[in-house]
Design a protein around this ligand. Structure first.
Ligand SMILES: Cc1ncc(C[n+]2csc(CCOP(=O)(O)OP(=O)(O)O)c2C)c(N)n1
Length: 663
């Protein structure tokens, strides 16, 4: 039992480490850690199950600081609890280059930071994904191995962002009862009181989405404890609205936006020290309080050891499967299955849309990779993401491997990040490429964190036809290619689609997007190669020695490139065709390889039913480009290709005009 006096001093240790670090850095957000210190102290010192010495213990509770600007809260906790990755020196180096204590918590900087947060609302979405993963793995491996909670601290900003509604409503629907969200209900954001912009009854809002809701004084340790205990017993996810004072203890700035995002300043800090009875020098935590925190850090060692004993006692096959899954390693069966499948494709040479090719590849993959967890944002029949192995998950049955995310692209992408971060599962989604814009902030965070999520993005150009320009991606490939550490694939046929899927699965430390067509395409990789040619990013699909012309293309425009090549060859122009399924992988090849692929043909031309941006890398500033220069239009797709001049004839005319000019 922790006395009230001890609780207060433990919470004050968080407050003053945060105040002092922000002051030293001359930037940061002291208000949230000061206000939420009581909630955090009760949660971490009495309820959260974790072990700082084994921070990646798979059955630990997860804690997500969705209000990432309050990063000093988590850094203070990690230091106080005895995590090796955050030292007092690191706290003093808050926000300095190379320090793990970055401006906002960054996944990978220190154990105990479960996800990167800062863009408000994302953490909440991640946490829903983590809770889904927990439920799913508990169903699969049993509660002896998987039985933990996901806790979130979210601010007013997280709840205001639209993504929160998507996350909340699916969490409520799926009855994720081990998800417990604290709302740091301090009624203040940057511009001033929340009442400037919002009068939502948050409890009613959450209740309407199927949540259990509790309303407490966020500075009363016993009320906080009781709420956590009630939440743990709930059959639904729980929102604990914790009424707090931002900048708690600051004589003038408490309860105002002045405490939100800037150092308190010497005078105010002195006043806060006096008000809270904290006589220590900056960065000094009295030894009895540090001891109390370190003891709290040891609380779950017994639980962790008992869990390890249960794992050791588990049937060998199950234990090995669990350990493999949590390590992120793929099963050995994948490679031979893909090879056999590619052989079959070279025999059958199917003509199908690449979205269908993706489904065919997934049928093979899902048969040998049990950790894939598919889904779609209400476009299952269009995205072709469901296979024979993937029964849908329902609120009462998590034995399935497919999530109907509903029309919630942004939430879906954030939840997928949480599923991947939890471990044990590889989430893949389904959506239209055009609506990658709706997922972009979460895809960017997946890339920043370096995690394996795979986005199936169908209907990838004007080739989708009649739905028209609202649905026809034009700039999306370029925009996604601009995100560092994201692999964007645009495969041309069944074989390339299988290869791109394999690369995406094997890329454990980065996300992938696979852009796929609605319209049918022939299989152009007619000769079987065991080697994954897409792994080069770009490769000679059809070589020609002393090529006068090189055509670069992706996806559906490979068919056009091959037709143009035939016409050019017939006219006496030696022509190569280079398939470019992935810009990013091409950039990672050796200089010699890249030089050879780009080559030195007299004329270089690229064909892609999107904008030119990015293509000059292949064709040079004076290269020819056949693609889009504006939005698409509604109509049958073949007419659209004619209308926008994305045809073999147009390519040949442009090439021959250029050849003529050069003579
Ligand atoms: C998506 C997004 N938009 C804007 C911001 C900038 N921002 C950071 S904190 C904040 C206000 C958040 O208010 P609240 O959640 O109440 O936090 P508190 O003031 O309690 O610290 C804003 C607008 C952000 N981090 N993310």
């Amino acid at each position: 039992m922790i006395s009230r006096e001890k609780h207060d001093r433990m919470a004050n240790a968080i407050r003053f480490l945060s105040i002092d670090a922000v002051e030293k850095a001359k930037s940061g957000h002291p208000g949230l850690p000061m206000g939420a210190a009581d909630v955090a102290t009760v949660l971490f010192s009495r309820y959260l199950t974790f072990d700082p010495k084994k921070p990646n213990w798979p059955d630990r509770d997860r804690f997500v600081l969705s209000a990432g600007h309050g990063s000093m809260l988590i850094y203070s906790l990690l230091y106080l609890l005895g995590y090796d990755d955050i030292s007092l020196e690191d706290i003093k180096n808050f926000r300095q280059l190379g320090s793990p204590t970055a401006g906002h918590p960054e996944y990978g900087h220190a154990a105990g930071i479960e996800t990167t947060t800062g863009p408000l609302g994302q953490g909440l979405g991640n946490a829903v994904g983590m809770a889904i993963a927990e439920h799913k793995l508990a169903n699969e491996f049993g509660s002896d191995l998987v039985d933990h909670h996901t806790y979130v601290l979210a601010g007013d900003g997280c709840l205001m962002e639209g993504i929160s509604q998507e996350a909340i409503s699916l969490a409520g629907h799926l009855k994720l009862n081990k998800l417990i969200v604290f709302w740091d209900n301090n009624s203040i954001s940057i511009d001033g009181p929340v009442s400037l912009t919002d009068s939502t009854d948050q409890l009613a809002r959450f209740a309407a989405s199927g949540w259990n809701t509790l309303d407490i004084d966020g500075h009363d340790p016993e009320a906080i404890a009781q709420a956590i205990e009630a939440a743990q017993k709930s059959d639904r996810p729980t929102l604990i609205a914790a009424k707090t004072v931002i900048g708690f203890g600051a004589p003038n700035k408490a309860g105002t936006s002045g405490a939100h995002g800037s150092p308190l300043g010497d005078k105010e800090i002195a006043g806060t020290r006096k008000a809270l009875g904290w006589d220590e020098e900056p960065f000094v935590v009295p030894s009895d309080i540090l001891d109390a925190w370190r003891l709290a850090g040891l609380r779950s060692v017994k639980d962790r050891k008992a869990w390890e004993a249960r794992l050791a006692d588990t049937n060998n096959d199950v234990r090995m499967a669990f350990e493999r899954r949590m390590s992120g390693e793929l099963p050995g069966e994948l490679q031979p299955a893909i090879t056999a499948y590619k052989k079959k494709l070279a025999d059958d040479l199917p003509t199908v849309a690449t979205r269908k090719a993706s489904e065919m590849a997934l049928e093979v993959i899902n048969g040998v990779v049990p950790e894939t967890l598919g889904g779609s944002a209400d476009l299952t029949g269009s995205n072709n993401t469901r296979t024979s192995q993937t029964k849908a998950i329902t609120p009462d049955d998590f034995s399935g491997r497919y999530i109907h995310y509903g029309i919630r692209e942004h939430g879906m992408a954030a939840m997928m990040n949480g599923i991947a971060l939890h471990g044990g599962l590889i989430p893949y989604s389904g959506g239209f490429l055009i609506f990658s814009d709706y997922c972009r902030p979460s895809i960017r965070l997946a890339a920043l964190m370096g995690i394996r999520v795979i986005h199936v993005l169908t209907h990838d150009s004007i080739g989708l036809g009649e739905d028209g320009p609202t649905h026809q991606p034009v700039e999306q490939m370029a925009a996604l290619r601009a995100i560092p550490n994201l692999l964007m694939f645009r495969p041309a046929d069944t074989v390339e689609t299988a290869e791109c899927w394999q690369i995406a699965l094997e890329s454990a430390n980065r996300p992938s997007g696979i852009a796929l067509t609605r319209q049918n395409l022939p299989t152009v990789r007619t000769d079987f190669t065991e080697e994954n040619l897409c792994s080069y990013g770009a490769y000679d699909l059809v070589s020609a020695s002393d090529a006068e012309v090189t055509i670069f293309a992706t996806g559906s425009e490979i068919e056009i490139a091959l037709e143009a090549r035939q016409m050019l060859e017939a006219n006496g122009h030696a022509t190569r065709v280079v398939s470019v399924p992935c810009f990013e992988l091409f950039e990672e090849q050796s200089t010699e390889y890249k030089r050879a692929v780009i080559g030195d043909s007299k004329v270089k031309i690229a064909i892609e039913a999107g904008i030119r941006q990015g293509w000059d890398r292949f064709i040079g500033a004076d290269g020819l480009f056949i693609g889009m220069t504006g939005f698409g239009a509604s109509g049958p797709y073949k007419e659209l290709y004619e209308h926008f001049g994305i045809t073999a004839e147009a390519a040949v005319t442009a090439v021959e005009a250029r050849l003529h000019d050069e003579v």
